[in-house]
Design a protein around this ligand. Structure first.
Ligand code: MCA
Length: 503
């Protein structure tokens, strides 16, 4: 048996073949046997389309059981799975095509024609039946692959793109060992039970929904209520049948806003997990008051999967992300990498089998962010107490987290600065009741003010909607320090209440 992570999953699929795996809202149920067979058939199609071990399979599709099958089929043949956000525009996708150098692109049927224009030589399949080369169409006529193509623990199994401070996305190479070690650790740490039912409403192109959620359930052969996205009413309808939910803080605040949400709805729940963005103490407390449950907050990144977690049984403390997971080391350092005394704020660094092997085709960036002793510099600022409990207090990187998505201001500023009539801009995140942080563009116009619709229309088709500023404000000049650097802290302070003021 090789070190392919798929060996582990496949074993669970065979063992639990008759158990439900994915239950979709119309009641259709895919058993583990069904999902394993679908993966095997998709693996056959991938091989027929020339995918060899190590080849990147770039994927931009909607969430569906078939999309899960595609991920698994890709693992089975030793391909490198590269999922990208379904909200990305064709202009954004062009970057990933160029950077990932995929052997195959699996897309939505509706995007096929545009993709063929930007990448005429790329092998392209649409996932559903709506394209000219339909992957599911081929599945019907393909023999399932039985074996798992052998891979080493250190071979890359997936590349997840994370936006960079320079505006260029970096592909984090995640190995079979990264996937396996974190999945096994989490299923254990969170006490995954044989009768757990996971409510899955997250997207499956990020670590949270794709790896953390799917892997815990799949390793233990437990059912998932598999929703296409987050809709508070549908989640409330489904929650009584679930025992575990994973979500970003926006899930929790939206549920609390709903009058039909009560402790009765949560009667079978044993665990609510939150991550991808800071959970406020206010939400933690409101959740406890309404449901009696303490949300378990944990902390991870695309480059490292999960690093820390509040405990299953011990005390869950609001505003903290808990302890380093078993087998993972976390330290707080100063700029020079020296470990700081307990209680002092510094950079969070992480080492363990969860840490990625580097950025795809960016050895220099990798060397800058992974120290020689193996610690990864996360870019988050934090503090650790005497017990080892970690709290995150800020970010060293200029980044906005909106509804669990990371948005890098540079990428937005670059496009706004290109607009006629704009001298320069600064993009910041300020408190937003729904998304945690909302994107604001502070613009210095050349003459007349630059309006929100003007900014929106110039970004349309170039930048995913979720990254676009929700508010545009005009100012005469940007505040700068003596070195000439824009003082974003001053702007964040100035516009802190912008989303409260009825906009
Ligand atoms: C949607 N919109 C957003 C966001 N999502 N704007 C800002 N921030 C967002 N996160 C905008 C759309 O562009 C659209 O704008 C309008 O809201 C409605 O879009 P819709 O798709 O209907 O939105 P929604 O369904 O209400 O989505 C909100 C959401 C979603 C459910 C919070 O963003 C979501 O599922 N977030 C989870 C992200 C996630 O999984 N993150 C994990 C990554 P317009 O009307 O202008 O078109 S991080 C990770 O994996 C790390 C490692 C970790 O530790 O977990």
């Amino acid at each position: 048996m090789s070190d392919s992570f798929y060996e582990l999953l496949n074993r669970a699929f065979v063992k639990h073949a008759d158990r439900p795996c994915l239950i979709v809202p119309d009641g259709t149920c895919w058993s583990y046997g069904d999902i394993g067979r679908l993966a095997g058939k998709i693996a056959g199609v991938l091989i027929d389309h020339g995918v060899s071990p190590g080849d990147r399979v770039l994927v931009q599709v909607e969430k569906s059981p078939e999309a899960v099958g595609l991920y698994l089929g890709c693992l089975q043949v030793g391909g490198v799975y590269v999922p990208i956000n379904s909200a990305y525009t064709i202009e954004e996708v062009a970057y990933f095509v160029e950077d990932a150098q995929p052997g195959l692109f699996v897309c939505r049927g509706r995007d096929e024609a545009a993709l063929r224009l930007i990448a005429p030589n790329l092998a392209i399949l649409s996932l559903g039946a709506d394209g000219t080369g339909s992957l599911m169409g081929f599945v019907a006529a393909t023999e399932a692959l039985d074996e798992v193509v052998p891979r080493d623990a250190s071979d890359t199994a997936a590349i997840l793109y994370t936006s960079g401070t320079t505006g260029r996305s970096k592909g984090a190479m995640l190995t079979n060992d990264n996937l396996a070690s974190n999945a096994l650790t989490l299923a254990d740490y969170w006490g995954w039970r044989d009768d757990d039912v996971l409510l899955h409403a997250l997207p499956i192109f990020h670590v949270h929904g794709l790896f953390v959620a799917l892997h815990c359930a799949m390793l233990r052969g437990t059912a998932m209520i598999f929703l296409p996205g987050f809709d508070a009413r549908e989640v409330i309808r489904q929650l009584p049948a679930a025992t575990v939910m994973m979500g970003v803080p926006t899930f929790y605040t939206r549920l609390l806003e709903n009058e039909d949400f009560s402790s009765e709805v949560c009667r079978n729940m044993r665990l609510f997990i939150s991550g991808s963005a800071p959970l406020t103490e206010q939400t933690f407390e409101a959740w406890q008051a309404r449901t009696g449950h303490l949300i378990l907050e944990r902390y991870g990144m695309s480059e490292t999967f999960m690093n820390t977690s509040n405990p299953l049984d011990g005390q869950r403390v609001a505003g903290t992300v808990g302890f380093a997971l078993p087998g993972i080391e976390v330290r707080i350092t100063d700029d020079a990498g020296e470990v700081l005394p307990t209680g002092e704020v510094g950079g969070i660094e992480v080492r363990g089998p969860n840490v990625f092997k580097g950025y795809w085709r960016m050895p220099k960036k990798t060397a800058e962010e992974i120290r020689e002793d193996g610690f990864f510099i996360t870019g988050d600022m934090g503090v650790m107490d005497a017990e080892g409990r970690v709290s995150i207090v800020g970010r060293a990187k200029d980044m906005v987290i909106s509804g669990g998505y990371n948005i890098y201001p540079k990428e937005v500023e670059k496009l706004i600065d290109e607009m006629p009539g704009v001298v320069e801009s600064a993009v910041i995140g300020v408190p937003h009741a729904d998304f945690g942080e909302g994107v604001v563009a502070v613009v210095v116009p050349q003459g007349e003010e630059v309006s929100e619709p003007e900014v929106r229309s110039s970004l349309e088709g170039r930048l995913a909607r979720f990254k676009q500023p929700k508010i545009v404000v005009n100012v005469a000049s940007l505040p700068r320090n003596t070195m000439g650097k824009v003082q974003k802290n001053a702007l964040r302070k100035q516009f802190n209440d912008l989303f409260d003021s009825g906009r």
